[in-house]
Design a protein around this ligand. Structure first.
Ligand code: GLP
Length: 242
């Protein structure tokens, strides 16, 4: 695993954007696995700047997102489709048909999971998967569990995750209780994984995930088994690793 220590959130975002930019530059039709959450927002802003400067072209890039809430319309301002549109897709020249986010309004969630697995398979593998990390070690919405779930599946969100995400909703009751998430195997099959972490609040879980035992109780700990992980974080988030 490579660890890149950044001075602060802005520097972390630029470092992460450097890595994604190199993929887009070296392989114009690359497959980017993308994540939501507050951590990658600065990274996406950097990518937009570089696109606007004429340094990046997303016209052949394909994207596949990790997860989506069950029951939110794509136009709901807390849906992950909406997040991706407003934080990135609407500002770059990626083709709408080349962007993939699980459909949270699907009538048949099982069928949607199967469709999403087929989408991932049809892309020929993810070149680089961006990951944030939940405070309980979740990646995507793979919550702490007894086993590592392999493929895309429906998950019941833990109270701590609902609590953490409640800040984005008017009331806690509005936070969806279920989500669709890419599974651990699909994430692990990405050729490269780029983990972004920021702030002192992530220091404990970063240490657990990367120095502790590999266990489905800390889903991110499986990343220790991946041959090409780049962990980019600010000093606060990485303080217990250094
Ligand atoms: C959500 C997302 C995750 C994300 C996590 C951390 O639960 N499903 O993909 O990594 O939040 O978010 P943040 O970056 O805001 O700490």
């Amino acid at each position: 695993m490579r660890i890149i220590v950044a001075e602060n959130y802005e520097a972390m975002s630029r470092q992460a954007a450097n890595i994604l930019s190199s993929h887009v530059t070296m392989k114009p039709d690359c497959v980017l696995g993308l994540a939501t959450g507050s951590t990658p927002i600065g990274t996406y802003q950097e990518l937009i700047k570089r696109y606007e400067a004429g340094d990046l072209d997303f016209s052949q890039v394909k994207t596949v997102n990790l997860d989506e809430y069950v029951g939110l319309e794509p136009t709901h301002d807390q849906s992950y489709r909406y997040f991706m549109q407003t934080q990135l897709f609407d500002h770059i020249n990626v083709k709408p048909e080349n962007t993939n986010v699980p459909q949270g309004m699907a009538q048949d969630v099982e069928a949607e999971c199967a469709r999403y697995n087929a989408v991932i398979a049809s892309m020929g593998g993810i070149d680089v998967q961006v990951l944030g990390m939940g405070h309980n070690g979740h990646i995507g919405f793979n919550e702490p569990a007894e086993i590592f779930e392999k493929e895309t599946h429906k998950v019941e969100l833990q109270d701590s995750t609902i609590e953490a995400n409640a800040r984005f909703f008017a009331t806690r009751d509005e936070v969806p209780r279920y989500a669709i998430t890419m599974g651990i195997q699909s994430i692990m099959q990405a050729r490269q994984i780029l983990v972004v972490v920021s702030g002192a609040g992530k220091a404990d879980i970063v240490e657990k995930a990367f120095r502790g035992p590999v266990t489905p109780k800390v889903p991110a700990s499986i990343l220790q088994m991946h041959p090409d992980v780049i962990l980019v974080g600010d000093k606060e988030a990485l303080s217990k690793l250094l």
